[in-house]
Ligand binder design. Structure first.
Ligand code: MD3
Ligand code: FE
Length: 202
């Protein structure tokens, strides 16, 4: 199934389900070795916990945020993005019309009940012709898809376990966020929602 959301943006419900048996153990292993942390930003402490994989990881502090080649606590490089995740992102991008998507960053956002993400734009990447591919896992969330202006009224998209969304074209610069996640339970992930965003950061 292929649901157009805007020019350059499409929703692929359940697209990750066929590879979940490989994907979820690989992600669990990463999270055990690299526990997600609540990042500080100039706007305050985030309610989600984050970790990263790939050449560039997203880190924040009270002064700003940026892509970093090393982990904040150890100064070690981030682990590689597992092949199953790279291949899934490339396959989703191809379906949406981006045949050459090679992500160098995978941000992992872990949501508990009550976690949210305020409306924002993603502007820290170098090449806006490259899409962002997002994968939702675990309990559902209402994704808020706005427009080019912060004041554009967001459309609510219920994202479920296994859903993939490709954000390219004009939608790449649109405001977006996540409404406070409601308490729920998922057979594989328990009380959490995990979102992966795959990007070409540099
Ligand atoms: C639309 N994460 O990490 S993923 C983020 O569910 C972020 O954790 C959310 O926004 C989450 O920056 C949403 C979907 C998403 C990601 C990036 C986008 C949608 C986007 C960039 C432009 C437009
Ligand atoms: Fe974002």
């Amino acid at each position: 199934e292929f649901v157009p959301l805007a020019t350059g943006a499409c929703w692929l419900p359940g697209f990750a389900l066929p590879v979940m048996d490989t994907l979820w153990p690989a992600l669990q292993q990463h999270l055990c070795q690299h526990p997600p942390q609540q990042m500080m930003t100039p706007m305050g402490l985030m309610s989600v916990r984050t970790s990263s994989m790939g050449d560039w990881g997203w880190v924040g502090n009270a002064h700003g945020y940026a892509y970093s080649a090393t982990q904040p606590d150890t100064q070690l490089p981030w682990p590689a993005i597992p092949p199953v995740i790279l291949e899934l992102a490339a396959a989703a991008a191809r379906k949406a019309g981006y045949p050459d998507f090679v992500p160098d960053s995978c941000l992992i956002n872990v949501y508990e009940a009550g976690s949210k993400m305020g409306l924002h734009q993603d502007k820290d990447e170098m090449d806006f012709s490259q899409p962002i591919v997002s994968l939702s896992l675990g309990i559902p969330a209402i994704f808020l898809f706005g427009g080019a202006r912060r004041t554009d009224k967001p459309v609510k998209i219920p994202l479920q376990h296994g859903d993939v969304v490709v954000w390219g074209g004009v939608s790449r610069r649109f405001y977006h966020g996540v409404a406070p996640v409601k308490a729920d339970s998922h057979p594989l992930l328990g009380s959490k929602r995990i979102n992966l965003t795959l990007r070409k950061a540099k």
